[in-house]
Design a protein around this ligand. Structure first.
Ligand SMILES: NC(=O)c1ccc[n+]([C@@H]2O[C@H](COP(=O)([O-])OP(=O)(O)OC[C@H]3O[C@@H](n4cnc5c(N)ncnc54)[C@H](OP(=O)(O)O)[C@@H]3O)[C@@H](O)[C@H]2O)c1
Length: 250
């Protein structure tokens, strides 16, 4: 504090506080103004939609049957401004889209959503299929995320949430410890937006680089589901990437 003029210092501090809280409120209100379109109202959409609403986002669900009791109950759990409509309309009304549909439907869904140029797509889809030994394997040569990007070339696709169990999406504490949600994408601004959301939901994030790394992220789910498909569900895990100790300490 300015010892010569404590009153002036106090005034400066109060004005500074007011300015920063007004500015903070402006930043927050612009974040709150965003709408997230949740495409698919199953386990993933139903877990994350209400949590997006808790963060202050307006949630619009895209469903094949938006008027159904099931979807309307989900809407009722998703904050005042929530609604449900067709998948296309939800995507068009949103700034950010969560893609949470089965892989087998993904191409048809993405191509039906209309103009997605500039929109951020959070892609949670896993393109997995049963292998001969009963376990899972990748069902594509590249990744779901790269294929989504090819079906919506103007969108900004970020691979995320694909390796988290839907129950942990709803309640990260259910994992019993920290959970890492990797992010892959080619658009750094989109990745930053997604990172903010994922971290606000209570997860740690790690940026694993460009969208083509999604193949590795989707492959992590092949591993993760081994216990389940071997009937050892109690051995299941969530991924936690523990950072190296500080450089120089080894
Ligand atoms: N379950 C998990 O823990 C988990 C975790 C990470 C990632 N994932 C991935 O996330 C995606 C969604 O998984 P989920 O478990 O939420 O699946 P889900 O419970 O089967 O829900 C998928 C939703 O997609 C919509 N849908 C289904 N078939 C469709 C079709 N033919 N055309 C258009 N929309 C269709 C449905 O919503 P409407 O009935 O409202 O249309 C359905 O509720 C999958 O790709 C999965 O691999 C799942």
């Amino acid at each position: 504090m300015n010892k010569k003029n404590p009153e002036r210092s106090r005034l400066v501090a109060v004005v500074g506080l007011l300015f920063s809280s007004m500015f903070g409120a402006l930043v927050l209100s612009s974040a709150l103004a965003d709408t997230i379109g949740v495409i698919g109202t199953g386990r993933v959409g139903g877990a994350l939609g209400p949590r997006f609403a808790d963060l202050g986002y307006t949630v619009v669900y895209g469903s094949r049957d938006p008027g159904s009791d099931r979807v309307q109950q989900l809407v009722a759990r998703s904050g005042d401004g929530a609604s449900a409509t067709s998948q296309r309309e939800a995507a068009q009304r949103a700034d950010i889209i969560l893609l949470a549909v089965p892989w087998r439907a993904t191409e048809q869904v993405v191509k039906s959503l209309g103009d997605l140029d500039g929109k951020v797509i959070m892609d949670a889809v896993n393109p997995l299929q049963r292998a001969d030994d009963g376990l899972l394997e990748m069902g594509v040569d590249t990744s779901a995320a790269q294929m989504v990007q090819s079906w919506a070339p103007g969108a900004r696709v970020v691979k995320t949430f694909n390796n988290v169990n839907f129950m942990v999406m709803a309640d990260p504490a259910a994992a019993g410890g920290p959970v890492t949600v990797p992010l892959a994408g080619d658009d750094s601004d989109a990745k930053a937006q997604v990172r903010q959301i994922v971290e606000a939901l209570g997860f740690e994030t790690v940026d694993v680089g460009p969208l083509r790394m999604s193949r590795e992220l989707e492959g992590m789910v092949v591993l993760k589901l081994v216990p389940m498909f071997q009937g050892r569900i109690q051995d299941s895990w969530e991924y936690y990437f523990r950072p190296y100790p500080e450089r120089g300490t080894n």
